[in-house]
Design a binder for this molecule. Structure first.
Ligand code: ZN
Length: 429
């Protein structure tokens, strides 16, 4: 169908060093920059679209996966034993109440929380753990705010690899911790924040038998980029004007950027959506970089603060790739407040769609962006409602306190009722 080869390449324009596909690297060995997997080879876009469509009716586990179905764009040979949980294939919902809230005629939500472990991480993890097994690693490891931990633990279990996870003590939701433990991971709690954990794990990865799968790992991004392919297919290859994603460690925006670029360069789509990244106001180093006119120095946030724990990250490792995605597509980077996140999350819920707080930054952001009503918008929800139920109960019982100690308004709360209320409601009906 299509001839292809891959190399790992440094993204720094001054360096561009090239490395073998199976060199065990996380960053460029010459300059320390981020690495991309670079694909070489031609495609016939019409026959590829047809092949991918046919695979939807197949029972081959690789064809059932929303990631491996697009394997012509993944850096593996056809005989690779993949580690899969049937990830991807997530719904693209129409969300009329959320659209109203954003003063738009239409809004679509791509719900990556409908993956096997309840977050977008699974689409990257299936590829990274497949590569770990190919390299003969004995132990896979990551630092995590929770979702990566749950995902890696599950895929490591499928691959029968040992799994070590470093999390910030007291900063991970119970649901996410429960997942990691149940899938058999060794979980290490560390005093400090996510960035402390990340530094620790990078030291650990110096050991040859350890394979690091945080989103700095370019194979993670390869898997996550297939979400752009799946979305394009769901929209019958007609791209929206805007794609809006939450911004934490910025792996998501990096992956969408790479996915859309490859689709465009291969003639599978005729334009790329503008990628907009939304950060929580208290954890917004990327938004600060964007609004600094010179765009010269990226300054980490030493004390990121937000209740949206999945994006409580002050030193996002993938920022140069995310920056490339925003620049190339003409997108933007904005922030939203804790109050805006909480209210947007409740509105998304009213559409019958449950997401975790970080995902709701998207709808909160779209409301702020004042998008022209002729323009089409897709927002990406990154995690499932059940990832953080404490937050939900606190919101609906008017008990949600922001990190700065301020009590948040429960604007769209549903109170818990007693039976007398039910009788009153029936009378009104
Ligand atoms: Zn380099």
């Amino acid at each position: 169908m299509s001839y292809r080869t891959y190399v790992q390449r440094c993204i720094s324009s001054e360096c561009r060093a090239e490395f073998d596909l199976d060199a065990r690297l996380y960053v460029c060995a010459r300059c320390g920059g981020l690495l991309d997997l670079e694909r070489r080879g031609e495609v016939d876009s019409a026959s590829l679209r047809e092949l991918w469509r046919q695979r939807r009716a197949s029972f081959d586990p690789r064809d059932r996966s929303g990631v491996w179905r697009f394997r012509e764009f993944l850096p593996f040979t056809d005989d690779t034993q993949v580690v899969s949980l049937g990830e991807g294939n997530t719904p693209l919902y129409d969300a009329p109440r959320s659209a109203d809230y954003c003063r738009l005629p239409q809004l679509k939500l791509k719900h990556q929380g409908c993956n096997p472990t309840g977050s977008f991480k699974d689409t990257g993890m299936t590829v990274a753990v497949t590569q770990a097994r190919k390299l003969g690693a004995r132990l896979v490891a990551c630092a995590s705010t929770g979702n990566t931990a749950a995902s890696l633990a599950a895929y490591a279990a499928r691959a029968e690899l040992m799994c070590a996870i470093v999390v910030p003590s007291g900063n991970v939701s119970h649901a996410k911790l429960a997942q990691a433990l149940d899938y058999g991971a060794k979980v290490f709690e560390v005093e400090g924040n996510f960035d402390t954990c990340m530094n620790l794990i990078r030291e650990l990865a110096a050991d040859e038998s350890v394979y690091l799968v945080n989103s700095i790992n370019p194979f993670r991004i390869e898997g996550q980029k297939t979400v752009a392919f799946e979305l394009a297919e769901q929209l019958e290859w007609q791209m929206p004007d805007h794609l809006v994603v939450p911004g934490g460690n910025l792996g998501n925006s990096s992956a969408f950027g790479k996915g859309f670029r490859e689709l465009f360069e291969s003639g599978l789509i005729d334009r790329q959506p503008k990628i907009t990244v939304v950060q929580a106001e208290g954890a917004a180093p990327f938004a600060k970089f964007y609004s600094d006119f010179a765009h010269e120095h990226f300054v980490n946030d030493e004390h990121p603060q937000t209740l949206a724990s999945a994006i409580k990250i002050g030193a996002p490792v993938s920022w140069p790739k995310a920056w490339r995605a925003v620049q190339e597509t003409g997108g933007t980077v904005i922030t939203v407040t804790e109050q805006e996140i909480a209210d947007a999350k409740a509105i998304i819920g009213r559409d019958g769609i449950g997401c975790e707080p970080a995902s709701a930054t998207t709808v909160a952001g779209i409301r702020k962006l004042k998008i022209n009503e002729n323009e089409s918008v897709v927002a990406v929800l990154t995690g499932h409602l059940l990832k953080d139920t404490d937050y939900v109960i606190k919101y609906h019982s008017s008990n949600l306190i922001a990190p700065n100690g301020e009590k948040l308004e429960s604007t769209f709360a549903q109170d818990l009722h007693d039976l007398q209320d039910l009788q009153d409601i029936l009378k009104i009906m």
